[in-house]
Design a protein around this ligand. Sequence first.
Ligand code: ADP
Length: 746
Amino acid sequence: MKSAYLYLLLLLFVVPAIAQEASDMAELEEQKYLFNSYKAASDKYYNEGNYKKSLESNIEMLKIALKINDPYYKHIGYRFLAYDYLAIEDTLAARENFAKSEKYALEAKNDTATAYMYMDLANLYSTLDYDYKKAMDNHNKSVSLLNKIKDSVNLAKAHYNIVLTAFEAKEYNLGYAHLLRAKRLNKFYNHKAYDVGLASLTGEYYYYKENYELSEKYLRMAIEAALKDSLFVELEESYSLLSESLFMQAKYEEAFEARDAYEMYSTKNLKSTIFPETDEMSAKFQVEEYRKDIQAAETENYLQGQIVKNKSKLNTVLIIVSICISFLLLVLFFAFRKRKELVAELQIKNSEYLLAKEETERLSKAKRDFFSTVSHELRTPLYGVIGLSTLLLEDESLKTHTKDLKSLKFSADYLLALINDVLHINKIESNTVEDEKAYFNIRELIRTIVTSFEYMRIQNNNTFHVEIEKDIPELIRGNSVRLSQILMNLIGNACKFTERGNIFVIASLKQLNDKEATITFSIRDTGIGIAKAKQESIFEEFAQGGSLNYNYQGSGLGLPIVKKLLALSNSEIKLESEIGQGTSLSFDLKYEIMNTAHIEEKPEILDTKALKDKKILIVEDNRINQTVTRKILEREGVVCDIAENGLIALNKVKVYDYHLILMDINMPVKNGLDATREIREFNKDIPILALTAVEVDEMRFKIHDSGMNDIIVKPYDISIFTQTILKHLSGTASEEKPDISKLKAI
Ligand code: ADP
């Protein structure tokens, strides 16, 4: 685009300009040629004494000079005109034109023109003003300038003119000296009238010197040459002087003849001076016409000048405008290009951003999948370890190993808590924690949690004090899982960092109205306490590293999780602690309270006795987990059957009747989801509960979609486990099929 634009500019401005200039040059040359032709003609007529013709040529010459509009040419034009006026004795017009000639000579700043100017001034002072001194001054200036520029032709003329001035002032010797110089320079000039003039002047000189013979000789030479070339003015002057010379030599007859010739040429010359029309009036009129002609030419030249000026002004304006437009176009061009670049850059950035976003989403999904897999892989074996150690602890025959088994269970519990913490913090960070609200019994919840720390309590020889303000409503609605997590962490810490002391778990009413209760929970111990310097950092993730700890090594995740969970409920934890005195951690949580409208929602606390004699199929590939689940259920009097994978389960369900199925998800041969789908094809009613270590958030939809009724996450809280089973037991197991209680577990 840029080059095309420049090319256009070239076409618009440069090409026409070049063409114009070329034609201008040609025209100028033509004008100059014409000027010189008229100049030669004028010169010729002038020397012949035909001043009318000379004047006519001069006027044409001047018109061309005005057209050429060059000060040098104008100077020559006016100069020639001035001499013509001088010849016809119109001194006023002559002076006027000499003044103009002078003006343009100065303007032309041309040495030849300046020398002419001095020469002309000298002639004026000499012929019109008779000021010999000023005339000679100007002659000298002219001569020195012509010498300087080595203009021999004009130098010859200058000396010739000095001779005239000097003779006029009767300075004959000086005049003769210049006459000799003029003769020496004659070879450069080589002009007929000039030759004649020199001879005539020599004759004149001898006449003044009273050497009439020599005078006659030179005058006759002049006349002879002048006759050849019809130089009538020279003839008039030479004959006049010759007649005088002859008269002085007493050659009277010849003197009269010369006088006659003089009279003849004088009359002839007068005629040409005042023009062929003998009428003086008409001659004056003619001159006046010429003057008007010149004035018209001058006016035209002036107007032309104005037009040229305006044209050049217009040109300047056009050039400025075109420069502005060019600049604007260039700016627009660059702005357009810049914008294009920016848009392209933006597009690249956008696609990069989209790629980065996709990559982030992919990574985040990979992270979620990873945690899901890891949680499953870790929880499944832990479920076995915890379950088995629980069962072994209850085995009377292993009494001697109780201490070791307790250690084993503690370690497994600790490991599970750690895994749960890591998973949980990840969930909070990825904003996938759901705020699940349900009614729960706060007294029961606190008691269950405290009970779960029984082992630790005994180990550190502590005493629990649970104080729940009696005005706190029996049932409250809120996120019980979140509260459990917080309390487990805080009570766990109190147990860990206290020995032979007291642990207080206190719930008090901070505020109560018809709809809501704000409860202050505080967990206080009389343990080792926390140093002031450490009190802030313990709420930061992984700040635990490098600390001197009591007997326990912790992950340092407990308190940061508590802080984050409370933040989800718009609450925060308060810590008061003194080294050696103990620690108090407290927080407020707001719960909805039961009103009459909610009575229907009141959850039934189901009696576990209802489990007795119920037939349940445990579908599970892990042998340890099979045993753990079976043992837990058998404690409640459940009759258990076991299927190692989905296919076996499917076949068993076809043959036997069960009250409920506990279905693992990940199994070889046929997984839990496929097995459930196929069972549902012929049995729509039997409750199937997913029993899985898989993180359920991702799996929940798939599990329900396959036709299962509920989900129990491993490792589970036994009471939640039994309650969930009870909730789904219909007690409608058909009696027509063989009774599995009579069968041996596979
Ligand atoms: P962890 O218990 O796994 O180390 P926490 O975040 O639960 O991680 O606790 C961080 C640290 O705060 C503990 O290691 C301990 O130094 C200090 N701490 C927490 N609770 C108590 C307490 N009740 N008494 C004394 N120190 C405590």
